[in-house]
Design a binder for this molecule. Structure first.
Ligand code: PLP
Length: 386
């Protein structure tokens, strides 16, 4: 096994905690106070939450009061996907839920809808706008959920076009921006999103914190979690002040550093992709023909098995994940690659490399060195070892 320092290429699974988030969390943990209490300690906790609300809202160009803090992206998606969304005086239920075929499982699960209608994607993983148009016309007052960027491939969806189609049909658009926020421009109004999901741990905040941001006139009459009146009655339960403070600090740092980080990541991503292909011309990079996040590479090679490749990378000091869902440590076939029409055998070898704001040139060199070993073992038909 190599003695080089480990290189982390799994930022889409979770990012390291930013120093700013750690400091904000430590300060919040050192204080006592329930944000609902009226005394000075309670007001201090409330102030931390409201500062975080302002900073999280700024990342998506929204008003602070429209942010509902949750225990993560999964819960924010579950809260968003309900037939009961009121817009001003309009209180009628949403007629059905339409989601793209490449959504995260927490969206595919359909929230509080009984049925989920799927909109297909093209071979690059972009939502099929012709099919979307057809399906929104079939459902009265649809709620549509399309992600900003895919967690497996990094493919960015044409959200503005989707929003125009959905709104023309009298629908509402929820955008899961968990992977896009902090990496690409993510202004809710500019994108045309009515609801947007964020997760703290993908932008350098803690795991277990997230937010649903709503258009200011949208109201959820039936909260997912009932109890006290926290979060303006949208989400009951004593707020996790430290996690929310960490989320806010991470959002502020992500916004301030976004453009520089994106340019750096894109340059390293391009170098890595060129290196993968130089070593193995038969490498296939999924979604390469679409606009993608600057940090994500999903690739495969004929004959490669994701499980063995992950272990070989790991033994060479590189943390990668499979391009497929791997929620319980067991690689499952990827519904994303299947929806893109990728051959199942090729999809079974898919590896995801995801970069972050402090991925270095050395890390890029390390992953390419490891790839040289993995690919040469494969071409010699030896299976893959470290
Ligand atoms: N949506 C997308 C696109 C994701 O990638 C993830 C997490 O991987 C989630 C939602 C869920 O977020 P959380 O881990 O905060 O529950």
């Amino acid at each position: 096994m190599s003695t080089q320092r480990r290189s982390y290429f799994d930022w889409n699974a979770t990012a390291p905690l930013r120093a700013e988030a750690r400091a904000a969390m430590q300060a919040a943990l050192a204080a006592t106070g329930n944000a609902s209490s009226v005394h000075a300690e309670g007001r201090a906790a409330r102030a931390l939450i409201e500062q975080a609300r302002t900073d999280v809202a700024a990342l998506v160009g929204a008003e602070a009061k429209t942010v509902i803090f949750t225990a993560g992206g999964t819960e924010a998606n579950a809260l968003a996907l309900t037939p009961q969304i009121e817009a001003g005086a309009d209180k009628a239920l949403r007629g059905g839920l339409l989601v793209s075929a490449v959504e995260h499982p927490s969206v595919l699960a359909g929230g509080r809808f009984e049925r989920v209608e799927i909109v297909p994607v093209d071979p690059q993983g972009r939502v099929d706008l012709v099919q979307l148009q057809k399906k929104v016309e079939e459902i009265a007052r649809p709620l549509v959920s399309v992600m900003l960027a895919n967690n497996e491939t990094g493919v960015i969806q044409p959200i503005r076009e989707v929003a125009a189609i959905v709104h023309a049909a009298g629908g509402l658009l929820h955008v899961d921006a968990v992977q896009g926020a902090g990496r690409v421009a993510c202004d809710m109004a500019a994108l045309g999103a009515d609801l947007m999901t964020m997760s703290a741990h993908k932008i350098g905040g803690p795991q277990g914190a997230g937010a649903l941001v709503r258009r200011a006139d949208l109201h959820f009459p039936a909260p997912l979690i009932r109890g006290g009146g926290q979060e303006r009655n949208y989400r009951a339960g004593t707020e996790n002040v430290a996690a929310i403070a960490g989320f806010g600090a991470a959002a502020k740092a992500a916004l301030a550093g976004r453009e520089v980080a994106a340019a750096r990541m894109a340059a390293l991503r391009d170098r890595i992709e060129a290196g993968l292909r130089a070593e193995s011309p038969d490498v296939v990079i999924f979604g390469a023909g679409a606009e993608r996040l600057p940090n994500t590479i999903s690739f495969s090679k004929p004959g490669m098995k994701a499980e063995t490749a992950i272990i070989a990378f790991d033994l060479n000091g590189i943390a990668v994940s499979s391009g497929s869902a791997c929620s319980s440590g067991k690689v499952q076939p990827s519904h994303v690659l299947a929806a893109m029409g990728v051959d199942p055998a090729l999809a079974g070898g898919a590896i995801r490399l995801s970069l972050g704001w402090d991925t270095t040139e050395d890390d890029a060199g390390n992953v390419l060195n490891a790839w040289r070993k993995v690919a040469s073992a494969l071409s010699k038909g030896r299976g893959i070892a470290a």
